[in-house]
Design a protein around this ligand. Structure first.
Ligand code: ZN
Length: 139
């Protein structure tokens, strides 16, 4: 299957089904952009628009999506950018680089939401207190 080099955009209220190849559906009301993977594998790629996920830019003629589309968990392993309705393909990344990026993004997420997950205390020899704090006796 041929990789797409260009897409068109469509501003929609609801994302239709089935999706057309090479069409990037921008559902602003839902804060979501959906398109079919540009490699031609037919997978639906959902890119939520949030401060920590994707952003879409519209210049009146074409759209760009930030950051890139990285399908690390998909069989096709596609990685590309959508810039001004053009698809810019990346070379395949190494697993190490992907993991670094994943960690980086997870870190951003934690910072944004103020979460402190992913830093389990480990290995200091102390046992976490168990059997505490259960059964508050409300009421
Ligand atoms: Zn694909």
């Amino acid at each position: 299957m041929a990789k797409l080099q260009r897409v068109t955009h469509r501003f929609v209220e609801h994302v239709p089904a089935p999706l057309e190849d090479g069409v990037v559906y921008v559902a602003i009301g839902f804060g979501t952009v959906v398109h079919k993977c540009c490699c031609g594998c037919g997978d639906k790629v959902v890119t939520p628009l949030t401060p920590v996920d994707w952003a879409v830019a519209y210049d009146g003629q074409s759209i760009s999506l930030y950051p890139s589309i990285g399908r690390w968990d998909a069989p096709c392993q596609s990685h590309y950018w959508i810039r001004n309705n053009r698809v810019i393909w990346s070379v395949r990344w190494s697993k190490g680089k992907i993991n670094t990026l994943k960690r980086h993004e997870a870190g951003l997420r934690d910072d944004f939401f103020g979460l402190d997950q992913g830093h389990p205390r480990q290995g200091s020899g102390e046992k976490p207190d168990e059997g505490h704090g259960k059964g508050g006796g409300l009421g």
